[in-house]
Ligand binder design. Sequence first.
Ligand code: ATP
Ligand code: FES
Length: 614
Amino acid sequence: MRRAGLIKPLLRIHNNISQVWRQNYATQVDKNSPECALDPKEYVDFKRQLRQINLPHKDGHTCLQLECRLCERNNQPAQQRGTVTGLLAYVNKRTGAFICPNCDVKTSLSTALPAYLIPSPESYKRPSQRQPTFESRFPDLIDVTPEACEALGIKGLKEAQLNAIGAKWEPQQQILHFQLRNAAHHVVGEKVLHLGSRSEETFQDGSSSGILIHGVGNKSKAVIVSNLMDFIVLATQNLETHCIVCLPYEVKMLPQECLPGLERFKELVFWLHYDSNHSWDAARSFAQKMDERRCLLIRPTETEPAPHIALRKRLNLRHILAKATPVRHRSITTFGAMRNDILSELQNIEKVNGVKWKRFPVLNKLLKGHRRGELTILTGPTGSGKTTFMSEYSLDLAMQGVSTLWGSFEIRNTRLAATLLRQYVGYPLDDRLQEFNHWASEFERLPLYFMTFHGQQPLKPVLEAIEHASYVHDVMHVIIDNLQFMMGVSTYRGDKFWEQDAIIAAFRGFATKHNVHVTLVMHPRKERQEDELTTSSVFGTAKATQEADNVLIIQDKRLTSVRGKKYLQIAKNRYCGDLGIMPLEFDKEALSYSTQIQSAKKRREQKEKTATET
Ligand SMILES: Nc1ncnc2c1ncn2[C@@H]1O[C@H](COP(=O)(O)OP(=O)(O)OP(=O)(O)O)[C@@H](O)[C@H]1O
Ligand code: FES
């Protein structure tokens, strides 16, 4: 893994998004080529060029599928009109990324276009021809033994069945091993199940991301599961109708490189296992990515749990599969169609309530949790600590797997990342530089992304960058600090309030459409020190309050009732209506408002004091 480059962002992914972390288990991005955002004109031009040279191509669910001309390995150009033959490449229809799984190439559409011009321009440099070669980090794999099969604890399962679905056994480390393949069937990674802890790990190479598929190539339907236990249970059932697909990173994320491998399926059934941090609407986001129209969902209810739990409960797996219903609701629906959604929400109420903060128990009590698809507005007087608080609030969620995109227009990303790091560590590192590498490497693993915009920005490019990140990196929480930086630069005509309302409405629509939580930091309209801020004094119009699901106000009331204290007021809470306040005690060393962190620190100091006294 590369070392943390907190001072300068590590990778430039989208033109306007940088990443300060890289998962230790994933390699998603070709470091030499910036990830692309689709330019519709470029896409149309590219398709026109394909027609001009009579190159057959297929408009698939998520990708344009065509013969790869990037390198010379395709020595049998397509002769048959209408069918795509030869080695295939894929153009993602949302991002425009040109992916060739045969040579592990990922590039932009504009870089791929010259290869389809006849004759190719002289300046065109073909990429080197290399087949992906993946070297396993487990050299001592053997066939699955009866003992390993028994340790797995699936009743009636025989080792021959495990061997038949491609499992291998590593006796020293006690792990079951599976290969991950890309759309060209090359092995590009591996996924292992530790039998002791039941935990899973994924290792991948290059710019590719593979998936695990079981079933013969001519099936047009697949069941998608999120972990190896579920995969093993379903793959050994010998379903005649469906292939079984295991996602590489559970419900955490789905790299776009996986999509070509799923193009051939006309129907995808999501039968996922959800953990405490990922509620079942994760499936909805994945379905959007895979083209909702072909996706069905098994809602997690007690009678329809994840496959391995269903098997343990002796439920009929085939019956559950038959009950899958379309993800997409038509514009008009009936109670009957929503019945299972509602039952599932009631049975999983804790998950529906959202991700809980570890540092702010009062927020859990009032807001219940952090949910996708909502709009939160945070405001407070100038310098009251909005950025500092939002930084800790988002860090807490990111540490629990909520992948987060920061749009910090006011302060530079390096300063913001330094604040986040200090809050993560609990003290400043300026006089402990020897610890920097250790903390930075840990911090780097958090799913945090930063937009590289700075200063005034029109709304459009910002929304485009967010849309891109939500698709490519499965971002669940977006923070805009602050909204005023988007005002006065767009083409909106009309007054300031009208402009502000239009921007808030655009973010509201975005949060709902993409099922992403958007938090907007805003300056209040009016700030008289002696007045309490109220929702109307903050926003000037009622629109902001109507659009927001949550309104949080930092009240800095040193002269009135709560003497000398700051507190966070929950002034609107659409989800459950509970309003209230959370005191904000500030620890300057840790830049933290969390009473949990502060009492842990006091306990630690007390313990150290007692130890030195005795
Ligand atoms: N409760 C507090 N007590 C003392 N200092 C604080 C407190 N909260 C934040 N600070 C410090 O005040 C400074 C300003 O904080 P911050 O930038 O988060 O405020 P802000 O509300 O976002 O500011 P602006 O209105 O300019 O956007 C920071 O240096 C921060 O460390
Ligand atoms: S076959 Fe596509 S780059 Fe080689």
